[in-house]
Design a binder for this molecule. Structure first.
Ligand code: SF4
Length: 358
């Protein structure tokens, strides 16, 4: 088997407050072992030198930088994150990959530096304080069996950083050991494949690992810096064989040319990857492509030559409860896509549970 895709930042910046955290020495040790040559302890908590001469340069500089910081109080309070989970817990913010539709484009302010949180105990303290609360899975008929759920990949791809942090393994181990009781599930989704360090953990079935996948035509064109699709499916298979509940995040779904054939190949490849895994617990989340005025602008700054369709005239506007605008596919396109997925998933992946469509 070839080596997994591992990101090695060009530089690691550690703020003064982060350096005082016990977890910081593990983060520094991991960066050294990964071969990072430029590791700097900053004299204060300000991250400086993140901007280049142009948007492109700023992007390149930020995407090759890992910052070790202390999560601010605002990041410590778990937030509801429907329809994925009851609560969002952030181990990090930012991602080293280069997806041209990146979900983070509208939500990260400033240069897209990856920040990992050194005060891991503070971050994880949001789990016990929110057990038994929530409206997405806790106490619901459809997903109550998952217990209270905590999404770890809302603002990052935690597996893509795990070789540099170890924070995912720590969270999985604490959940598996029963530190927070039995009625909860952690969940994360990833486009990376370095699952080997997670395979032997005593996870207790309390972490669901989802593989973020797409039609090969979408993935090959738009998902730079990630593990290739076949590698992700190998990783999914290994996690399922290790007894983890697993899942697919099929996102962002796009009606590209010949989309039925392309998504059909994807579902068949998943079926082949999992065909001999006994008692696989497989969930599927279906998320269509959308953009906002601000995410479009950010993505065009980051990827000025992108061929990603972000044409308002081809979309329908959807307003959020806070008045923001999202551009989604028109009703008829949505209906066609949804009808196809809801028929083909049970046909090609019998036993898979569709959690939601959005
Ligand atoms: Fe953005 Fe996810 Fe791609 Fe990372 S893997 S660049 S978070 S879309």
């Amino acid at each position: 088997m070839t080596a997994p895709r591992l990101w090695v930042p060009k530089r690691v910046l550690i703020t003064r407050s982060a350096a005082e955290q016990p977890f910081a020495s593990q983060l520094i040790g991991r960066a050294e072992r990964a071969g990072v040559e430029d590791i700097r302890l900053l004299p204060n908590d300000r991250l400086v030198g993140l901007r280049g001469e142009s948007e492109r340069e700023t992007y390149a500089l930020a995407k090759s930088t890992l910052a070790v910081v202390v999560a601010p109080p605002s990041a410590l309070k778990p937030q509801p994150i429907p329809p994925s989970a009851d609560w969002r817990i952030d181990l990090a913010k930012g991602c080293p990959a280069h997806c041209q539709y990146c979900y983070l484009a509208g939500s990260l302010g400033g240069p897209p530096v990856t920040r990992v949180y050194a005060n891991l105990d503070d971050v994880l303290a949001g789990i016990p304080s929110h057990l038994g609360r929530g409206t997405v899975t806790t106490g619901t008929d459809e997903r109550g069996g998952e217990g209270t759920t905590f999404e770890l990949s809302c603002y990052t791809d935690p597996l893509g950083l795990e070789h540099l942090t170890g924070s995912l393994a720590e969270a999985i181990t604490r959940a598996g050991r029963g530190d927070w009781g039995h009625d909860l599930q952690l969940r994360f989704t990833t486009k990376f494949d370095a699952v080997e360090p997670l395979l032997g953990l005593a996870h207790g079935g309390r972490t669901r690992v989802r593989c973020s996948v797409n039609a090969d035509t979408v993935s090959d064109r738009f998902e730079g810096g990630t593990a290739r699709l076949p590698r992700r499916l190998d990783a999914l298979r290994l996690m399922a064989l290790a007894g983890y509940p697993v899942g697919l995040t099929i996102a962002p779904i796009m009606p590209v040319d010949d989309w039925r054939a392309a998504y059909g190949r994807l579902l068949d490849d998943v079926a082949a990857a999992l065909h001999d895994v006994p008692d696989v617990d497989l969930s599927v989340e279906l998320i269509t492509h959308r953009f906002t005025p601000s995410s479009k602008q950010t993505l065009l700054d980051w990827y000025p030559r992108t061929r990603l369709e972000m044409d308002e005239d081809l979309r329908t506007q959807k307003r959020s409860k806070f008045g923001g605008v999202k551009h989604v596919y028109p009703r008829e396109v949505m209906r066609e896509l949804r009808t196809w997925f809801e028929a083909e998933i049970p046909a090609r992946l019998p036993g898979a549970r569709i959690l939601y469509w959005t």
